[in-house]
Design a protein around this ligand. Structure first.
Ligand code: FFO
Length: 277
């Protein structure tokens, strides 16, 4: 977690002030990498309490292929509310691309099912990839997210664009390319989400867990998060919690919220910050 705090400091000290789509303004650097050895514990930020509920429900929702926020709302999760249409649609975002990528003749590709098959049957493959960047369905950046969604485009293009998995010495590692990363609010969620997914896939494939690697394109701090970042940089990270998965579900699609327990999460108080839309 030290590396995350170092990155925040790097951006504050060396970043360039830039305008952005949301009109908020950011300070940003380009091209950074963070890595976590999952053997050292579950990479949940300890210098600010995170809302694990939101992270886990979001991941389970992606895995169902759903792109309407109804499921999230039913479970008290509001992190996608701002981008959806009035009926809760986000257009063909993550879930749709992961589970139902449409080929030319309308054929649908389930990238997650194919990934699990590949990891089980051909672990040494260098093609264990999940890609969210479906060029045909990218939104028009001049329009609002919900306007794009209403027209069948993605409300937002994927931030976590490309996942690659790697098996060696009986352990599963994951690498994720994030084109644009809101370091104060998004990054801790994205890190934990990738760690959850890696643990789930490893369990399904009877593998141990290795490392997760996050490669970030535009790594930025929104200008209305500067004070919160300064507060966070005064804090010292504590020991990482552990993840307990209480049973082995039939498939990667059968995990439920209550299957997961985070043990010994000792975090410092939450720090509130506004989300840029
Ligand atoms: N938009 C921005 N500006 N930043 C992001 O990281 C993202 N996301 C997706 C899509 N849009 C984004 C949404 N992810 C919060 C955290 C992650 C989000 C959206 C919102 C957030 O407000 N977190 C609060 C607590 C809210 C809660 O969990 O109920 C917090 O951590 O303090 C990137 O994936």
């Amino acid at each position: 977690m030290r590396a995350y705090l170092d990155l925040l400091k790097d951006v504050m000290d060396n970043g360039v002030d830039k305008q952005d789509r949301t009109g908020t303004g950011t300070r940003s650097v380009f091209g950074r990498q963070l890595r976590y050895d999952l053997a050292e514990g579950f990479p949940l930020l300890t210098t600010k309490k995170l809302h694990i509920r939101s992270i886990l429900h979001e991941l389970l929702w992606f895995l169902t292929g759903d792109t309407n926020i109804r499921y999230l709302k039913e479970n008290g999760v509001s992190i996608w509310d701002e981008w959806a249409t009035e009926s809760g649609e986000l257009g063909p975002v993550y879930g749709a691309q992961w589970r139902r990528w449409k080929g030319e003749d309308g054929q649908e590709f389930d990238q997650i099912a194919a990934l699990v098959e590949g990891l089980k049957n051909n672990p040494d493959s260098r093609r264990h990839i999940i890609n969210g960047w479906n060029v045909a369905l990218l939104p028009d950046e001049r329009k609002k997210p919900w306007e794009n969604a209403a027209q069948g485009k993605m409300a937002l293009p994927p931030c976590h664009v490309l996942y690659q998995f790697y098996v060696a010495n009986g352990k599963l590692s994951a690498s994720l390319y994030i084109r644009s990363n809101d370091l104060f609010l998004g990054n801790p969620y994205n890190t934990a989400s990738l760690a959850f997914l890696t643990h789930m896939l490893a369990q399904q494939c009877d593998l141990g867990v290795g490392e997760i690697v996050l490669s970030i394109g535009d790594a930025h701090i929104y200008s209305n998060h500067f004070e919160q970042v300064k507060e966070q940089l005064t804090r010292t990270p504590g020991p990482l919690p552990k993840l307990l998965i209480k049973r082995k579900p039939e498939s990667i699609f059968d995990y439920q919220f209550d299957d997961f327990e985070i043990v010994d999460y000792q975090a410092q108080p939450h720090i509130k910050a506004p989300i840029a839309v």
